[in-house]
Design a protein around this ligand. Structure first.
Ligand code: COS
Length: 635
């Protein structure tokens, strides 16, 4: 294995370190505290050409190597982990796949402004049901003539809401697993593409992370990146390369924390000498330095391999895993060396400690890194031959649900249909519970999300709760940020869990953190004007409509005057899950009974795995008896 960092690289380090010391370090505390995206600093980085650092000059880049890129991310993160994240996601995740897989037209149109720093990029792979198991993608792109129609949701997207260009992964051929996923270039501002929740994070708070929502977004055919079905490989190869960036970021965080605590340890005197010279501390420093050096070797050697076009998937995973573990350990020890001072807000080691944690989690958890590394060493574990059904529309966070969503008809018709269904399920609206019943004990809850709008509209929730005989709940932002209800009324993963029968979610989009709090509800009703809101995939009954219009009608329909006290709660039974049918047709040869398997294709006839029956060439014949394609019947 070769390894070198030459003078030119060290000169470049000096340059970018000087930039980070001047443009990042003084502001990092404020950006962290205010969760503020450093737009001005990013513009300056772009003007220096560093947002296109590893791309060729002909595409607007700086034409530098991957080693310089790793050094750049390290130096930015040495002052602020979040800034490392922004740039690494822009270069490695958002821009690189366009460079590596884009057509000449796509590169000219999208890569050039990204590399010049005129635009910012993001990468949309993760979904509620597709995190480490990226093959579980549920976002769909359906080809209709000269365009695809994109529908779905992406979560935890770095640069989400700040970026202009997004590389998005979606299923184009359902039912065939990873081979049915394709990649697309999507622009911000396209109709139906909206930014959902911005996350309030533990660390890397200067970087923006948001949810992306796609509702019937028209994506021109020419924005398909690579070929149809190539998306998973594009994602995997992008992540393989991108891990050099995260590893560099982790290394920078470790370096920053190390330098800071060393300076403190030399200055702080206890028992008559600087604590740096107390053995307990000097040994910590020795261990930190050793681990940082080992991490640096791993990061730079993976970068060098990439520069020399040597496959580096395993080495990048090793670098990411080791450097991120080092970052967290070093930052933790740095806080320890600072003692009580290190526990205070405003101390850089406190921020480094929080920033470090994410590097063990994102762009592939360290557990996945070990899967990648061991698969390189041992080969892939054997897989079952059964077709992988893409976790289709039936999979959701809240378990099996009826998903009867009323989109058409007048508001009154939708409300009438909902009330009829609820009564048929056994709900008695002549009885009720007090509005302030603790969420964990309530049989029914009417809950408000951000979609409720202004505080005055809480009257709509109060009226509906009274008419439905329910307690009042809310999503987290409504209780915590907007403070429309007391904090103990907030339902969700980190709030109160609803275990009763009926949950009516009003203006709640259905972030996974909220849905985890209502998993045990017998019946979930969703009312939201965004037909694509994730809550609809997680509800039994849904009304697509404006809360201002629907809630008064529903209140009127459920109002039975003064409620009798509800009897002790009896749990209403939930629907049982339906058996999943393969999402493709099962086609069988009339002549010999051979069943065509899209997961296998027909290698002898050069038909690749992942080809559905419909896409087989018309002159294709049965591999067993040579009957023509037209003699196949649906089983
Ligand atoms: N480069 C190129 N192709 C790859 C690849 C890689 N690194 N890893 C897998 N592939 C290909 C395989 O060769 C296989 O191709 P064929 O269908 O032609 O055989 C296909 O992709 C599916 O591979 P596999 O069956 O190994 O996929 P799995 O679903 O088992 O996933 C892991 C493998 C776990 C490695 C993958 O899902 C992964 O990396 N997950 C983490 C995702 C991640 O980092 N998420 C973080 C959010 S994004 S910021």
């Amino acid at each position: 294995m070769q390894f070198r960092v030459d003078e030119a690289h060290e000169k470049f380090r000096e340059e970018i370190r000087a930039f980070a010391e001047k443009e990042i370090k003084p502001y990092a505390f404020q950006w962290d505290r205010e969760n503020k995206f450093p737009r001005e600093m990013i513009t300056k980085l772009g003007q220096k050409g560093w947002l296109g650092l590893p791309f060729p000059k002909e595409y607007g880049g700086a034409g530098m190597d991957i080693m310089s890129y790793a050094i750049a991310i390290e130096e930015l993160a040495r002052c602020d982990g979040g800034c490392g994240t922004i740039v690494s996601a822009h270069i490695s995740l958002g821009s690189w796949p366009i460079y590596a897989f884009g057509t000449e037209e796509q590169k000219k149109k999208y890569l050039v402004p990204l590399a010049k720093g005129e635009k910012l990029a993001a990468f949309g792979l993760t979904e509620p049901n597709a995190g480490s198991d990226a093959g579980g993608t549920e976002t769909t792109a359906v080809l209709e003539g000269d365009h695809y129609v994109l529908n779905g949701e992406k979560i935890f997207i770095t640069n989400g809401g700040e970026a202009d260009t997004y590389v998005i992964f979606a299923v184009t051929t359902p039912g065939i697993g990873t081979r049915g996923i394709s990649a697309f270039i999507v622009e911000s501002g396209w109709e139906g593409f909206t930014i959902g929740d911005h996350y309030d994070k533990l660390g890397i708070r200067s970087s923006a992370t948001a949810q992306l929502l796609f509702e019937d977004v028209i994506v021109p055919k020419e924005n398909l990146l690579g070929k149809e079905g190539q998306g998973f490989k594009i994602a995997m190869e992008t992540l393989d390369g991108g891990r050099v960036g995260v590893a560099g970021q982790a290394l920078g965080i470790a370096q920053g924390a190390y330098e800071s605590c060393m300076a403190y340890a030399k200055d702080r005197v206890q028992f008559g000498k600087p604590i740096a010279f107390q053995e307990a501390i000097s040994f910590k420093i020795a261990d930190m330095a050793t681990n940082i050096r080992a991490a640096r070797m791993l990061v730079y050697s993976a970068a060098e391999m990439k520069d020399q076009h040597i496959p580096q998937g395993m080495e990048a995973a090793m670098a990411k895993q080791f450097a991120s573990d080092t970052a967290l350990h070093v930052a933790q020890e740095a806080v320890q060396i600072y003692g009580g001072n290190g526990y205070l807000k405003g101390m850089d080691v406190e921020r480094f400690y929080r920033d470090a944690k994410i590097t063990q989690i994102y762009e592939g958890t360290n557990e996945i890194m070990r899967v990648v590394i061991s698969a390189h060493i041992l080969g892939k574990p054997p897989k079952k031959e059964t077709p992988i059904l893409a976790s289709s529309s039936t999979s959701n966070v809240t378990g099996p649900r009826k998903k009867i969503v009323m989109k058409k008809g007048t508001a009154q018709e939708k409300v009438d249909a909902l009330v009829e269904n609820l009564k048929a399920d056994g709900y008695d609206f002549t009885v009720g519970i007090p509005a302030d019943t603790p969420i964990g004990e309530a049989e029914r809850v009417v809950s408000a999300g951000k979609g409720i709008g202004s505080k005055d509209n809480m009257k709509l929730i109060e009226d509906l709760a009274a008419a439905a005989g329910a307690a009042i709940g809310s999503s987290r932002p409504v209780a915590e940020t907007l403070q429309y209800v007391p904090i103990e009324r907030y339902v969700g993963m980190s709030g109160q869990k609803f275990r009763g029968n009926l949950y009516i979610a009003c203006g709640i989009s259905g972030a996974i953190q909220h849905l985890k709090g209502i998993i045990d509800a017998s019946t979930i009703v969703a009312i939201n004007k965004n037909a694509n809101a994730p809550i609809f995939k997680n509800c039994d009954y849904g009304i697509v409509g404006d809360v201002n219009e629907i809630l008064p009608l529903l209140t009127k329909a459920l109002d039975t005057g003064k409620k009798k006290p509800a009897p002790p709660m009896k749990k209403i039974k939930r629907p049982t899950p339906k058996k999943e049918k393969p999402p493709y047709k099962i086609m069988v040869c009339d002549g010999c009974g051979y069943e065509y398997d899209p997961m296998k294709g027909d290698p002898a006839a050069d038909i690749p795995p992942g080809t559905t029956f419909e896409r087989l060439p018309e002159d294709w014949t049965c591999p067993d008896c040579a009957e023509p394609k037209s003699n196949f019947q649906e089983a």
